[in-house]
Unconditional design. Structure first.
Length: 190
């Protein structure tokens, strides 16, 4: 039960999505570029060969500057209530998925957990303990709770205004290893 001073997940989600929506295109691009620089300079990124990422939707931080880096990139397709990860190379055709998010073509090769070195996770907000507020579908929490994914380094991607001291958490929430904003990259799990 939340105290009177605590805000519920739906209220936090609404508030932070609105703040993100209110960013000017210039501010969104500038913050995204700075965030990408922090990711590119991180040991997790430089050492990774295969990285799972996302295509920006609803003014999420834009990771496009990273995709020209010579890595093997994987992006999600929503299949039922699970994420299926497929390779994608810049220039390849994309499709619009059931949530209006761009996805790789279903015929693109699938990636298995054993191939993946790093996961860049979209979020509405994150907290100092590595917990993430998503969009409410549970896709990433379900995936990250599976043994084959649980040990993979996962970085929550948000803007600094969405980095909070503490989020309300549920039993199914899984903390991420790091959080990256336009300010810096913070390790939350050793």
């Amino acid at each position: 039960m939340l105290s009177k001073t605590q805000i519920s997940k739906p209220e936090l989600r609404r508030s932070h999505l609105q703040t993100r929506k209110n960013l000017s295109i210039e501010e969104w691009k500038e913050k995204s570029d700075r965030l990408c620089t922090h990711i590119q300079n991180s040991p997790q990124f430089t050492q990774a060969k295969t990285i799972l990422a996302y295509f920006s939707h609803r003014q999420e931080p834009d990771l496009n500057p990273l995709f020209t880096t010579p890595k093997k990139w994987g992006f999600p397709r929503c299949i039922g209530n699970q994420l299926s990860w497929h390779t994608w190379t810049p220039g390849e055709t994309l499709e619009t998925g059931k949530f209006g998010i761009l996805e790789p073509h279903p015929d693109n090769p699938k990636l298995t957990p054993s191939e993946v070195d790093l996961i860049l996770v979209p979020a509405v907000a994150c907290d100092a303990n590595g917990y993430r507020l998503g969009y409410g579908g549970g896709y990433y929490d379900r995936m990250l709770s599976l043994p084959e994914w649980a040990s993979k380094p996962a970085i929550g991607i948000i803007f600094e205004f969405a980095y909070l001291p503490q989020l309300p958490i549920d039993s199914w929430d899984r903390p991420l290893h790091s959080i990256c904003t336009e300010k810096d990259l913070r390790i939350t799990q050793k």
